[in-house]
Design a protein around this ligand. Structure first.
Ligand code: FAD
Ligand code: NAP
Length: 573
């Protein structure tokens, strides 16, 4: 009997379906899912660091291409899924369904996949040093995402009332915090300012303004619900340093806010014509839809009773101001102006070229007009940022401190110098690009190929997700990138390329040609010796069931545990 077709995850709509299912968004030439015949090699032992979308899509895909692979996934928290659990907004449950991919891996490949939760890779107490992994694995895949956020570097950024959107998101999503974090929304007045116009900024705005009845059904943290019920915030101003056609928000998230029950939309003080400059019919389709949505606004009228949100453009923050040196009173902005009229950027009849040119339009400071928004609460939402794992340099891997990525060849192979990094790592990888990057095996059994011949590739080290390409991209793009990277890793292994075991390059830690890499079986003793209490997949399932049980008691999907201590107590009771 033929085996059932492999499940297929549509990278555009994120629907899981069978390979035979027709999806209008399915690419016409999908990557092959066929297993790759490994030469005479034993099963690869792979360590994946991070269990977010980059980690779990890589694991899923690698097991399709090398079905006998052995994968150990290290996660610093006892629970998996990264930003799919702790970033994606609670009112977007359909997006969180992507986590089913890792459930599939754990369920269908119990002997090939080991989840090592609560094992942070690092050099502190209770952490496993990176160098301790190297002797036990053939390859390491860095997928540890972006653990911090950008700062603005302007006066007053540490005032009470100035918050990082990342902290706020972690708080409403129940991310275990090292230091207890609480927000008294009753004492910060009626106006909040959000700096930045990405989708995180829109998530923050929606959570601040959403009707509580809607949020109560989600897995939003109970403390946040309590704080929101006392909130006096009535208006949120979301401010960008560029214009409406350059802002990174996407149409779905914009529409969601426009349709939020009981929340009106206040247009910016300038006219849309002045801000957009380009006649609507000359706009590329994607921007035309955004323009129409903005101009149409919200069906909820602005009344003294309604809550409201506003988009403000061409304003760059200059300072957070306080009358007492402690609490935020106002945010100061300087007006910016386009470097060149936007119409002058429409040099081509090609809508795609025009889209790129308009999106990339730059602004300059006008050194003149200053504006002030009075507010007791402000969020900086100007992007997340990856940081190097402690010990990375010790194993011969640099970190690109300009782009905040591990330098790589664009296909996920780590390179030893930032200057050898692909200029746009991973953006829009196509199946034929991946195929061209794979090594070929020569008659003598050596692996050669365009990918491997690129300068400075460090054997056996790979990278995926936000730490590969910067803190940008939705889950669908993380999926595509992870799949392409897993294909490259599998191709390199099958072609007999050099990996950690055969490498002298990884800080001298390579295990040599012993074939003794035992993966989890080899490293678990080192973990226990450090007093680290690793959490396996079955234990995560216990935590998952407990959270669902607690949620059911409150009529919601789940109630997350807020601390690692509590999670471990549940497991050890
Ligand atoms: P992450 O998801 O951050 O995963 C990294 C993992 O590595 C984490 O589990 C982390 O705990 C672990 N880790 C970190 N350091 C270590 C260490 N030292 N040792 C062991 N483990 C470690 N996309 C959408 O398509 N839809 C959405 O609605 C959406 N909402 C979002 C909301 C927010 C607030 C944010 C920030 C992003 C959102 N995205 C959304 C984008 C999406 O979350 C990212 O594309 C995706 O999560 C990136 O995956 P990643 O695996 O690279 O990183
Ligand atoms: P983002 O999309 O990169 O947006 C960052 C915003 O900050 C931009 O408006 C940027 O302006 C602004 N900014 C940066 N530096 C600034 C400065 N010094 N002063 C003023 N403004 C500054 O980042 P994000 O919102 O954190 O989102 C990260 C990724 O996650 C994105 O790909 C996003 O789509 C994804 N995500 C998706 C969803 C969803 O699908 N629902 C939800 C959340 C996040 P410029 O454009 O001028 O640089």
């Amino acid at each position: 009997m033929r085996p059932p077709p492999a499940p297929w995850m549509c990278p555009s709509c994120l629907r899981r379906s069978l390979a035979t299912t027709t999806c209008p968004l399915r690419p016409t030439a999908p990557y092959s899912t066929a297993p790759i015949q490994s030469s005479t090699r034993r099963p690869i032992q792979l360590a994946i660091i991070g269990s977010g979308p980059a980690g779990f899509y890589s694991a899923y895909r690698l097991l399709k291409r090398l079905p006998d692979a052995r994968i150990t996934m290290f996660e610093k928290l006892p629970v998996p899924y990264g930003l799919a659990r702790y970033g994606v907004a609670p009112d977007h449950p359909e997006v969180k369904k992507c986590t089913e991919t890792l459930e599939t891996v754990a369920r269908e490949s119990p002997t090939n996949f080991h989840f090592a939760g609560n094992v942070p890779i690092g050099d502190g107490a209770g952490e496993l040093p990176l160098a301790a992994l190297v002797p036990h694995f053939d390859a390491l895949l860095f997928a540890h995402g972006a653990s911090t956020d950008r700062r603005l570097g302007i006066p007053g950024e540490d005032l009470s009332g100035v918050l990082s959107a990342r902290d706020f998101v972690g708080w409403y999503n129940g991310l275990p915090a090292l230091t207890p974090w609480a927000l008294d929304l009753a004492s910060v007045g009626e106006t909040a300012v959000v700096i930045g116009q990405g989708n995180v900024a829109l998530d923050v705005t929606r959570i601040l303004l959403s009707p509580l009845a809607e949020l109560r059904k989600t897995d939003i943290n109970e403390e946040t619900l309590e704080a929101l019920s006392r909130s006096r915030i009535r208006e949120v101003k979301v401010i960008g340093r560029r214009g409406p056609l350059q802002a990174p928000y996407t149409i779905k998230e914009l529409r969601e806010l426009m349709q939020l029950p009981g929340v009106g939309f206040a247009p910016p003080p300038e006219s849309w014509d002045a801000l957009m400059q380009v006649p609507r019919k000359q706009l590329p389709r994607q921007l035309k839809r955004i323009a129409e949505l903005l101009e149409k606004g919200s069906p909820t009228p602005l009344t003294p009773d309604s809550k409201a949100w506003q988009l403000g453009y061409l304003r760059s923050p200059t300072a957070f101001l306080s009358h007492n040196g402690r609490d935020l009173d106002a945010v100061g902005f300087e007006t910016t102006a386009y470097n060149a009229p936007l119409t002058s950027l429409l040099t081509s009849g090609d809508p795609q070229a025009n889209l790129i040119a308009l999106r990339a339009a730059k602004v300059r400071s006008t050194n003149g007009d200053k504006t002030l928004i009075h507010a007791g609460l402000a969020f900086r939402s100007v992007g997340y940022q990856s940081t190097p794992l402690p010990g990375l340099a010790d194993i011969g891997v640099p970190f690109d401190t300009t782009r905040h990525v591990i330098p790589n060849d664009g296909f996920g192979r780590v390179v030893s110098s930032p200057s050898a990094t692909a200029s746009s790592p991973g953006e829009g990888l196509r199946a034929q690009d991946v195929a061209a990057s794979l090594p070929k095996t020569t008659a003598a059994g050596a692996a050669t190929g365009s990918g491997l011949e690129k300068g400075g590739i460090v054997p056996g080290l790979y990278v995926a997700g936000w730490v590969k390409r910067g803190a940008t991209g939705v889950i669908a793009s993380t999926l595509e990138d992870a799949f392409a990277g897993a294909d490259v890793l599998a191709g390199d292994w099958a072609a007999g390329a050099a990996f950690l075991a055969s490498s002298e390059e990884v800080g001298g830690h390579g295990g040599g040609e012993t074939g003794q890499q035992r993966g989890w079986e080899g490293v678990k003793g080192e973990i226990a010796a450090r007093g680290i209490r690793a959490v396996g997949w079955a234990e995560w399932e216990v935590l998952d069931a407990e959270e669902r049980r607690r949620g059911a008691e409150r009529g919601k999907v789940r109630e997350k545990m807020r601390s690692v201590k509590e999670m471990l107590e549940v497991l050890d009771r």
